[in-house]
Design a protein around this ligand. Structure first.
Ligand code: ATP
Ligand code: MG
Length: 566
């Protein structure tokens, strides 16, 4: 591509709407443009990168034996009613009526539609296993679309669904997809980790997420360097390395704590460490039943663990007004003693001597509370987020924590959808049985954003070679080098994606800046040395290294770079 013929509207300034690095550079590099909140146009450069990612995904999925299909974005309510998700799925499911007043939705995922395909046309165990996949648009009416392509409302997903005759079959399909995903993210040139994950609303009991490692990631991963354990912190059991020394229980003492509400404020006021303060949070179960959760002030509640205590029910934190109505005191002074509602205590309070609790009376706390004698919780459970100092659940080594961006998620669904939709096949024993299903998603457009979060510097994107929209750029600093530059462009374009910066109305400084911004991995410059010794300068975007190579050796140099010999 010649830049003069391209459509790459780069921006000099950081757009004010961009909150993250990837969002900023996707806009500045002229790759995407916003249409509405969470809805984007892909301009040629962005689309080219997206296609490269799609092609890697497609190649590996095809190699795994999965079959590509295309399902509609518009889906009839009937299918969703069959699985109960028409009502169970929240507002992310965008529902609407057609002109005949029939209910439809925009597909946020395709379990129902794909199960309908298989229920109609797959009759026998002989047709199994079967893995169907598509690369297509999804729509989720996210409550807070943000960070550009990272959390969009309309986005591109690769979704795959496996159908097996038995659980061993599912195990194999799952393993196959796991390995395929590892190959896909490796081919994309990304540093990633597969972690054990929460299954959420989609169902099933086993799942893994694939996380691109980046400081800006929304997820935290707990992992063990010794045994390889890795999980989304939502799921990590909290096993403390801290040992409590036994202490005599001191008498409960009510203290005046005016105007101090947070655990930190209470701790500072009382001259104690935050760990000695507890917080009591009020939740509402299924919009009717309030309950309290009590945990140490230095610990963070893990709502995924809390949800798991109430399968199939909804929980939410009570508002400040609700807390006042339920307890008769304001947030900041709530405690577990003499509460008229159920109390769940975090495991870390077991054996923890003489801590501080709210007195359920404004401006007061109790010193020297003890689990058992001061209050008896209805339940003690692991409810906190694992944190530094906690131990690996497998080998008891200290856990490490890093941040990641979820780019893929694989689930074992079992018969959740096939049972609900009566999707059955004739097994070899003559019995009709429900298909055993798995589902496997990759956020194709999110990969583009995650790639940039992981690979950038202050000047712009540093694309991995495999998904760079342009892998090589050619820039000439004098008009009389143009023919040689054109020649080189023709030659290299036979093998790679090359952009020739032939803009006549831009200064070299602007061109250098643009090429860095759009993240071209190898930048060839015909400059001073070309005049004197016929050598081109090659700048490696990632390291900033500059090499001088004669024209005849350029292809060899790039091949070495491609094969990671340089
Ligand atoms: P998240 O936890 O980030 O909301 P999810 O668990 O809802 O994601 P899945 O249903 O597992 O997502 O979807 C498969 C993949 O699709 C995710 O791993 C992610 O990469 C991508 N994805 C999900 N939601 C979005 C979104 N709003 N914008 C872009 N990509 C998304
Ligand atoms: Mg997920």
């Amino acid at each position: 591509m010649r830049w003069s013929k391209a459509f790459i509207p780069t921006l000099r300034e950081d757009p004010s709407e961009a909150e993250t690095v990837s969002h900023k550079f996707l806009l500045r590099a002229g790759m995407i443009r916003k249409v509405a909140s969470g809805i984007y146009n892909f301009l040629p450069l962005g689309f080219k990168a997206l296609k490269k990612i799609e092609n890697i995904v497609r190649k590996e999925m095809d190699a795994s034996g999965a079959l590509e299909i295309l399902m509609p974005i518009v889906q009839p309510a009937e299918l969703w009613i069959e699985t109960g998700r028409w009502h169970a799925y929240g507002k992310e499911l965008l529902r609407f009526k057609d002109r005949k007043e029939h209910d439809f939705c925009l597909g946020p995922t395709h379990e129902e539609v794909v199960t309908e395909i298989v229920r109609r046309d797959v009759k026998s165990y002989k047709d199994l296993p079967l893995i169907l996949y598509q690369i297509a648009v999804k729509f989720r009416d996210e409550i807070r679309p943000r960070f550009g392509l990272m959390r969009a409302r309309e986005f591109i997903m690769k979704d795959a669904y496996s159908f097996d005759a038995d659980w061993e079959g599912l195990e194999k399909s799952y393993q196959k997809m796991y390995e395929t995903y590892c190959r896909i993210f490796t081919c994309c040139g990304l540093k990633f980790k597969a972690v054990e994950a929460h299954t959420g609303a989609i169902g099933g009991d086993v799942s893994h997420e694939f996380m691109v490692l980046a400081e800006t990631g929304e997820d935290t991963i707990a992992f063990c360097e010794k045994c390889g354990y890795a999980s989304n912190v939502e799921l990590t059991p909290a096993i403390s390395s801290e040992k409590y020394f036994p202490e005599e229980e001191k008498p409960l003492e009510k203290v005046y704590t005016p105007g101090v509400r947070t655990a930190k404020e209470v701790a500072d006021f009382l001259g104690l460490s935050v760990s000695k303060i507890t917080k009591t949070l009020i939740y509402i179960l299924d919009e009717k039943e309030p309950f309290a959760v009590c945990l140490r002030g230095d610990h963070e509640i893990n709502e995924v663990k809390l949800e798991k205590l109430f399968p199939g029910k909804r929980i939410r934190m009570a508002t400040e007004d609700e807390v006042f109505n339920i307890v008769g005191a304001n947030v900041g002074f709530i405690g577990p003693k003499d509460l008229k509602i159920k109390v769940i205590a975090d495991k870390a309070l077991e054996g923890y001597p003489n801590f501080v609790i709210g007195a359920n009376e404004d401006e007061y706390h109790f010193l020297n509370a003890n689990l058992g004698s001061t209050f008896k919780p209805d339940l003690i459970a692991d409810l906190r987020k694992a944190t530094f100092g906690d131990l690996c659940p497998n080998c008891k080594e200290l856990l490490q924590f890093i941040r990641g961006i979820e780019v893929g998620h694989i689930f074992k669904l079992g018969t959740k959808y096939s049972e609900a939709m009566k999707a059955r096949f004739l097994d070899r024993d003559g019995q009709m049985k429900p298909f055993i299903m798995g589902c496997y998603g990759i956020g194709v457009s999110r990969i583009l954003a995650a790639t940039i979060e992981q690979n950038h510097d202050q000047d712009g994107i540093i694309f991995p070679w495999q998904i760079a929209p342009f892998q090589i750029s050619i820039l000439y600093l004098k008009e009389n080098f143009k023919d040689k530059a054109e020649f080189l462009y023709e030659e290299l374009s036979k093998i790679w994606d090359v952009i020739l910066d032939d803009r006549e109305d831009e200064r070299p400084g602007v061109k250098f800046k643009d090429l860095d911004l759009i993240g071209v991995p190898i930048q060839i410059i015909l400059g001073k040395r070309f005049e004197t010794s016929q050598e081109v300068e090659i700048k490696i975007r990632k390291t900033g290294e500059r090499k001088f190579v004669t024209l005849g050796k350029v292809v060899e140099f790039i091949k070495d770079f491609e094969n990671e010999k340089i």
